[in-house]
Design a protein around this ligand. Structure first.
Ligand SMILES: C[S@@+](CC[C@H](N)C(=O)[O-])C[C@H]1O[C@@H](n2cnc3c(N)ncnc32)[C@H](O)[C@@H]1O
Length: 222
């Protein structure tokens, strides 16, 4: 997939692309000065974060439809991050920023309590081999972290095509008292028949794959 991306020299991320490796060292716990909401013109607006944004298709479509919200995409593959940030810059999207980072590490180190309105986790890597399961984004401890950073009443939205990853989500959610499971409603920008409208979903639709989604609403107090 990277081969189809424009060369890095033709992409410009100025003002839209942030890199975790270029930020000041993290503290022992997330500090107000680390808060990524500060990267937006209107930091007071509801803040949505996509983990593993790939080429940024979901954010590029969704953000213009909800201009009163800010959106941050986190992607750890440099080529995709750069491509997505350049897409947002070319469109002058004031409510979109892209971050090059390991999303789980970034959230743990730099996202302050109760600052996220909505998390988006779409078509996350399934890591099918047992010895790689620990690389999956959803784990018992990451659900605790998501609960820490989601604001009261906020949500984590999940979609996958992968049966075994879906079963993993169901198991983890069933033993986690921190969230109320609700049905999944398609994204505002999704086209008819889509749940998200992301690159992977559009790649998988012609293959006839089956997609499933859930919404987890933060319980507070637990
Ligand atoms: C299968 S792709 C899906 C991309 C996009 N969400 C979509 O639906 O088209 C998963 C993406 O998540 C990224 N990713 C996986 N784990 C990540 C992490 N911990 N931090 C940042 N990016 C991650 C991968 O590099 C990849 O681009």
């Amino acid at each position: 997939m990277t081969r189809s991306l424009p060369s890095a020299t033709r992409l410009d991320v100025t003002g839209y692309g942030y890199q975790a490796e270029a930020l000041p060292p993290a503290g022992e716990a997330p500090r107000p000065e680390d808060d990524p909401r500060r990267w937006f013109e209107h930091p007071e607006r509801p803040f949505e974060l996509e983990i593993g944004s790939g080429k940024g298709t979901f954010l590029i479509q969704e953000a213009p439809q909800r201009p009163e919200h800010n959106f941050l995409g986190i992607e750890w593959m440099m080529a995709f991050w750069r491509y997505a940030a350049d897409r947002a810059r070319r469109r002058g999207m004031q409510n979109v920023r892209m971050l090059h980072a390991d999303a789980v590490e970034f959230i743990r180190q730099r996202v302050v309590n109760e600052s996220i309105h909505t998390f988006h986790l779409y078509f996350s890597d399934p890591w099918p081999k047992s010895r790689h399961h620990r690389r999956r984004v959803v784990q018992d401890d990451t659900l605790q972290e998501f609960h820490r950073v989601i604001e009261p009443g906020g949500t984590l939205r999940i979609v996958t095509d992968h049966d075994e990853l879906w079963a993993w989500y169901e198991e983890h959610v069933a033993r986690c008292p921190l969230f109320e499971r609700e049905s999944y409603e398609p994204c505002v920008s999704a086209k008819p028949g889509e749940l998200v409208g992301s690159n992977f979903e559009r790649k998988f639709i012609p293959e006839g794959r089956h997609f499933r989604g859930m919404t987890l609403r933060r319980r507070s107090p637990v």
